[in-house]
Design a protein around this ligand. Structure first.
Ligand code: NAP
Length: 310
């Protein structure tokens, strides 16, 4: 009999990737029956999902709805939505995990991140989406339930959605990426929509083997200058890197101060310690080797999602 796999965020990037991966993997498709969880079953995305899988209402902010949504579930893929604030984010995961234990769910796969506060020895305090997920991961690890974790690298999709990463047109007609860090910093990139499912799929295929493990999920590390060279080649435009002060960087983002401060600290941390900490290279190499399927390169991502520099 198929095991029910409840997928949070199924209408979004990473959860959607998990759904698509399982539907297209003959072995996992036989083993798991997907239950997509959404806060809005009437959205266009939810309606499209309903043509392929079971779609159930479950609002992360409403415990009763989650209790219903997680009834009869074997495995949960849990992620948290952005912009909820660290306390809310932590409490959501705690609630999902507590309900999973109460409902005799066998396994939780949680989309975590490293604690930048801890890895920086307390220096950085504002990258709260990372710290909240790390705290939630620790909570899950203390529960009587099997668990594994995907710690996702930086999304290639950010080059479309985070305007401060996309090249801007300079006055002389050239293009520029301007940040407050060295162009040598190393960035672990993942095509979240296409590849999250390949890491989660590895866990679903061999849950005992990966019980307690964390996949630091990225294709590989790219230096900032390498990423800029790849974007130049893909667009046919000359793109320069300019190192600016962190005050200038902050101003250039034109986003709420709390978010701007977070990005300032996050990039500084990347430069000093590395996204996944000092062992990042090794951790990413292990995860990409054990992913279930070939991972997309940044070049391939830009072929299918061209950057429009006009
Ligand atoms: N961008 C990066 O580089 C990066 C890197 C690592 C980790 N992350 C983390 O990735 C997460 C975002 O993932 P994503 O990009 O896949 O998200 P996304 O595409 O923005 O989708 C958000 C998902 O959350 C669901 N959701 C929102 N509110 C909900 C609620 N109250 N109850 C139930 N579901 C709810 C939405 O479903 P419905 O609307 O259908 O309910 C949707 O499927 C963030 O936590 C971020 O910190 C991002």
């Amino acid at each position: 009999m198929s095991k029910i796999l409840a997928v949070f965020g199924a209408t979004g990037q990473q959860g959607g990737s998990v759904v698509n991966y399982v539907l297209n993997d003959s072995e996992l498709f036989q083993q798991y029956k997907i239950r997509a969880i959404t806060s809005n079953i009437d959205s266009e995305r939810a309606k499209r999902l309903k043509e392929k899988v079971e779609v159930v209402h479950g609002d992360m902010l409403n415990r009763a709805s989650l209790e219903t949504a997680l009834t009869g579930v074997h495995t949960v893929f849990a992620m948290t939505a952005p912009s909820l604030g660290p306390e809310v984010e932590y409490n959501i995961v705690k609630t999902i995990a507590d309900i999973a234990v109460e409902k005799d769910v066998e396994y939780i796969i949680f989309s975590t991140l490293p604690s930048i506060h801890e890895l920086s020895g307390g220096k950085y305090t504002k990258v709260t989406p990372f710290d909240a997920k790390a705290k939630a991961e620790r909570y899950i690890r203390g529960l009587p339930i099997k668990s594994a974790f995907c710690s996702l690298g930086s999304f290639m999709e950010n080059f479309q959605s985070e305007t401060f990463l996309a090249p801007r047109k300079a006055d002389d007609g050239t293009w520029v990426v301007a940040l407050h860090v060295s162009p040598k910093i190393q960035w672990p990139l993942i095509n979240a929509v296409r590849d999250t499912g390949k890491f989660v799929g590895a866990i679903l295929a061999e849950p005992e083997k990966y019980n307690g493990k964390t996949f630091c999920a990225a294709t590989k590390f790219y230096s900032l200058e390498e990423m800029i060279a790849i974007m130049s080649k893909a667009t046919g435009k000359t793109i320069f890197y300019e190192r600016i002060s962190h005050e200038e960087f902050k101003k250039s983002m034109a986003i709420p101060e709390i978010l701007a401060d977070m990005f300032v600290e996050m990039l500084a941390f990347l430069e000093e310690t590395g996204y996944f900490g000092p062992d990042g290279e090794k951790l990413v190499a292990w995860a990409s080797k054990n992913a279930r399927g070939r991972l997309s390169t940044f070049e391939e991502y830009l072929e299918t999602h061209p950057l429009r520099l006009e």
